[in-house]
Design a protein around this ligand. Structure first.
Ligand SMILES: [Mg+2]
Ligand SMILES: [Zn+2]
Length: 394
């Protein structure tokens, strides 16, 4: 289901084989910009300060426009990008390039390689007689640190039900890597994500990405964790879902001590309803071999800014820290979409295992014990005493 995906791609060192912006400034300032770039990479200055400073050094050097053009024309595209672009086009997916680089060299590169049709959001620099006059149209809107925050753009452009895929390589991709649901990373970005323990898909070129993406699309992958994958709920999960909701042990703490007890027709109605719902993302949880472990629901915030997510796992996976990882994935994916929302759960006061897990995830009790009374027409349900627990995102 390719229509469920938005794709965002870094430019320098991702679409391009080399880090063109970095090499360009380095070369035409005789490495004069190196100390600034080093300060940026170690976090001493932000990208806005780095890029503004680089332009000043550049202008003092007055490079020749003809030399710059020659340099840019010699820059290769990363292997497989042309086919990748064609592949996405055939699926009706329009990827967006997100870059903290400047339009004057990005546009020239894309046009030279017949890629001018690609959408891009970049910093700008008027370029006249070798002089650069930079402007940063998105600096004020983003995180306040990045000159053109890629995380900001992903959050703004991805419809919440869609999976955002980001492909990148560098320091300026950090916020994108948190906002995106699936990340393809190489080089510095791969190192940063490895250090922070975040899951990503490594790559060398676009032939590799295309192959992996084809599999993700056909499986309906929504997010990838360390050992788990969230997969868009689809008919291939119906039988497992019935088994899960029919399981007494799974349902006893939500008021159904003998399982849900629905008829096949009732389940079918429910599945049809899940497909139409616009206020939640319904996901199957699978291990890396594709085994169904349970289901996750990422809920959109309600009027009070509360997200009522849900997670159900077969009991045989309860004690294998699957629950912790799955909940972390739910909270991260929701947190990326709605940074100001709260997550709310209502565990039965008898469900000590769940309460312990929620506490470990940062949920805190809110209010007193309350009772859920099942409606009279539901014969097989019993009252549940529960307590509300709340966790503020991020
Ligand atoms: Mg890059
Ligand atoms: Zn940012």
């Amino acid at each position: 289901m390719p229509s469920a995906y938005s794709i965002f791609i870094d430019f320098d060192g991702t679409v391009t084989e080399n880090d063109v912006g970095y090499e360009l400034f380095k070369r035409f300032t005789n490495s004069g910009t190196e100390p600034l770039v080093e300060k940026y990479r170690t976090g001493e200055i932000n990208s806005y300060q780095c890029l503004s400073g680089e332009c000043e050094i550049w202008n003092a050097c007055k490079p020749s426009p003809a030399d710059i053009d020659r340099f840019l024309e010699a820059q290769p595209v990363r292997r497989g990008f042309g086919q990748f672009d064609y592949y996405l086009h055939s699926l009706n997916i329009n990827p967006i390039i997100l870059s903290e680089g400047f339009d004057f060299y990005i546009d020239k590169f894309l046009s030279h390689h017949g890629l001018s049709h690609l959408a891009r959001i970049t910093n700008r620099a008027d370029y006249e007689n070798g002089r650069l006059n930079p402007s940063f149209p998105y600096f004020g809107a983003g995180c306040g640190v990045c000159s053109n925050c890629k995380g900001y753009h992903i959050n703004k452009l991805r419809p919440p039900k869609m999976c955002a895929i980001f492909i990148g390589d560098g320091h300026s991709d950090r916020h994108a890597s948190r906002a995106a649901d699936i990340v393809f990373a190489r080089s510095y970005l791969g190192e940063i994500m490895t250090k922070s323990g975040a899951a990503f898909v490594p790559f060398d070129d676009f032939a590799e990405i295309m192959m992996k993406m084809e599999n993700m699309f056909s499986d309906g992958i929504f997010a990838i964790g360390e050992r788990l994958a969230f997969v868009y709920f689809s008919p291939r999960h119906h039988d497992s879902f019935r088994e899960l909701w029919g399981c007494a042990e799974v349902m006893k703490f939500v008021g159904y001590p003998n399982g849900l007890g629905w008829s096949s027709r009732r389940y079918d109605r429910h599945f049809a309803d899940m497909e139409c719902r616009t206020d939640a993302i319904f996901l199957a949880i699978e291990d890396k071999a594709g085994l169904f472990l349970g289901e996750a629901k990422i809920s959109f915030p309600d009027r009070d800014g509360c997200c009522h997510h849900d997670l159900k796992l077969f009991p045989r996976f309860w004690d294998k820290s699957v629950g912790f990882e799955a909940w972390r994935m739910i909270l991260e994916r929701a947190g990326a979409r709605w940074p100001d929302a709260k997550a709310v759960v209502t565990p039965s006061i008898d469900n000590e295992r769940a309460i312990g897990l929620y506490q470990k995830l940062g949920f805190q009790f809110s209010g007193d014990i309350e009772t859920w009374e099942p409606p009279k027409e539901i014969a097989n349900a019993i009252p549940v005493q529960y307590r509300k627990m709340v966790r503020h995102q991020n």
